[in-house]
Design a protein. Structure first.
Lengths: 141, 473
């Protein structure tokens, strides 16, 4: 499994898994957008958005990444279904460079549960467990 | 650490570690026993913030939030190093509730219930992908952020008389739209006049029980009356302000020597450039929410005019839940200016408070507690005692007791909608899964929460209302 939701008292946790931190970030992004469409294979990749963000730590980079995606989705009323992220060490921390593909939100084809409004520092973790990386945080909805 | 019951329905979390003041929780034995361990940690963490006055409070509906518990109240003294916290306000700035009386009895809906509910569902943008009631340019949005509900009334959304019965008379002073980022504004340009999703709703309700005749008279409530209640906030703009300032505040902890037990508590001194910048932006967020609810209220009036031309939708009151407001409170016999954070809590001024409209001054401020779409909600009134209890604050809802993830696994939205329909409650939503997450069983017992609010002296019950129809985002 590459992405899942986990419990929070009032909101929803998103978690991604992968062989690298970047893959785990992509998984967390998928978990995020599963709130907006229960089957991401239904999302057409007709819009491509470049994503770029920086942070001092990998954990803060995850929050910045998810918030960037939320901002793009909310301000442009689009839903993303596919993600590509690359993470590099930068002079003051980490830099993420990536792309996301999606289409205008369409209620007829995208069955949503709730609108994610912001990624938070709650239950925030980016860590290696054995061979696998895990990236997670709680999302305010 | 155990809670200590210091009087019926009032519990104390004694000073330990870095706590500067004790924690104080208003709860019955059942509610305190069910309180999440994380809420206890959050009450203690808030108690450790600089300049906190009195206690770190938790209302009867408290549950796990971000930094502060939801249902958390804390006041800070700007002259004693007090702070302002973006997490203490919450992401959905000024999320709140407004209730209208209609001049109709619920029985008047009769066979029209489904039609009216459907018209509300089609007229009031809810959920995702519908946009809002209007599209604005950035300069227009700036006017809204400065003017709040007053801006909306000037643009023809609602009536000037509404403003009397909105906190701050519909316009939060001290808002500075230039402190709100371009990104926050971009999220809002198409969202003004929309409910959003999650726990936000528009509900038709019937007054079921009157507890306090005198206050009910002042609020113009009688048994059987039809009410309309709207619950929503500052939408994308408020969240973006919260997110951006939380990130700005995190690195300040070192500079201002603030020990942060939790990053979500990131804050700035009230008397600092960063604190003042946040306050100016947050106040613009409050105006965004006030305008949003004002516009939705006007849409509801249009629906009623189509079906019941004789209806007169009169605003009972509009309360905000997620705020930080500068207020004068008496501490140890001395009046002090404090910055009161209410995170998922309602301001509840008692009788005689000068901020109240004349017609409510004898009975106290209306306090609107949103329950669930299957149980009920409450209208209460602020008490004089509440001033000494928790800086004139009360609870804001039933409070979740089960996570969204668990609720979605336990209930099926379509089944829930059918079951509620069998009980005469019409649910309209674009998302069955969203309805499952909001199942009445996922919340605390609203009757107990309201009873405890009264028993603890936070506010007194005026009326219980039951849901008839609910539009969920």
């Amino acid at each position: 499994m590459e992405s899942e939701h986990f419990e929070h008292g009032a909101d929803v946790g998103v978690r991604g898994f992968g062989a690298t931190p970047a893959e785990a970030f992509e998984g967390a992004a998928r978990a995020l957008f599963l709130l907006l469409c229960d089957d991401l294979s239904k999302v057409r990749g007709e819009i491509e958005e470049p994503i770029s963000c920086d942070a001092a730590t990998l954990e803060e980079l995850l929050v910045a990444y998810l918030n960037e995606l939320i901002f793009l989705a909310d301000s442009r009323q689009i839903v993303f279904g596919r993600f590509e992220a690359r993470i590099q060490q930068a002079p003051h921390g980490f830099h993420l460079c990536g792309r996301a593909w999606g289409e205008p939100f369409d209620l007829e084809r995208h069955e949503y549960t709730v609108q994610p409004k912001g990624a938070t520092f709650t239950a925030l973790k980016v860590e290696q467990r054995g061979d696998e990386w895990v990236a997670q945080c709680v999302v305010d909805v | 650490m155990e809670y200590r019951e210091i009087e019926p329905n009032v519990w104390e979390l004694p000073l330990t570690g870095a706590m500067r003041v004790p924690g104080r929780i208003f709860a019955s034995r059942a509610l305190i026993d069910a309180l999440d361990e994380k809420v206890r940690e959050q009450i203690a963490n808030v108690a450790a913030l600089p300049g906190i006055v009195g206690a770190s409070f938790a209302m009867p509906d408290a549950h796990w939030g971000y930094g502060f518990p939801i249902g958390g109240v804390a006041a800070f003294d700007p002259d004693r190093g007090g702070i302002v916290s973006a997490g203490g306000v919450g992401f959905d700035i000024s999320c709140g509730v407004r209730t209208f009386t209609t001049g109709l009895k619920a029985s008047a809906l009769g066979e029209h219930l489904e039609t009216v509910a459907h018209d509300l569902y089609r007229t009031v943008p809810a959920g995702i992908g519908w946009g809002g009631a209007m599209k604005l340019t950035v300069p227009e949005l700036d006017e809204l952020l400065a003017g709040g509900a007053r801006w909306a009334v000037e643009k023809g959304w609602g009536e000037p008389d509404d403003l009397e019965r909105i906190e701050e008379r519909g316009c939060m002073p001290g808002a500075d739209p230039s402190r709100v980022s371009r990104r926050a504004k971009e999220r809002q340009l198409h969202e003004v006049g929309s409910l959003g999703s999650g726990n936000h709703y528009l509900e038709l309700q019937a007054v079921e029980t009157i507890f306090d005749r005198e206050a009910a008279r002042a609020f113009r409530l009688e048994e059987g009356d039809l009410l309309v209640t709207i619950h929503c906030g500052s939408r994308g703009l408020g969240h973006q302000i919260g997110t951006e300032f939380l990130q700005k505040f995190v690195p300040l902890a070192g500079r201002y020597r603030i020990a942060l037990p939790d990053r979500e508590l990131a804050c700035a001194p009230i008397r600092s450039p960063e604190g003042e910048e946040y306050l100016a932006a947050m106040r613009a967020g409050i105006n965004c929410a006030l305008a949003n609810r004002q516009v939705i209220g006007a849409l509801v009036r249009k629906v009623f005019a189509r079906h019941f031309p004789e209806a007169r939708l009169r605003l009972l009151y509009d309360v905000s839940h997620n705020t930080c407001k500068a207020e004068e409170h008496e501490v140890g016999g001395v009046k002090r200016l404090l910055f009161v954070h209410r995170k998922g809590a309602t301001r509840a001024f008692g009788p005689g408070h000068p901020e109240l409209p004349e017609e409510y001054r004898e009975v106290g401020q209306p306090v609107l507690i949103g329950g669930t779409m299957g149980t009920g909600s409450f209208i209460l009134a602020g008490t004089r005692e509440s001033e000494t209890r928790a800086f004139s604050s009360s609870c804001h809802g039933a409070g979740r007791t089960m996570s969204r993830t668990k609720a979605k696994a336990r209930w099926q939205g379509k089944v829930l909608i059918r079951e509620l329909a069998e009980r005469g409650i019409v649910i309209k939503s674009h998302t069955a899964k969203g309805v499952a997450e909001e199942a009445p069983g996922a919340y605390k017992d609203v009757d107990e929460v309201a009873a405890v609010a009264e028993a603890a002296g936070l506010s007194r019950r005026v009326a219980r209302v039951r849901p008839i129809a609910c539009v969920k985002g």
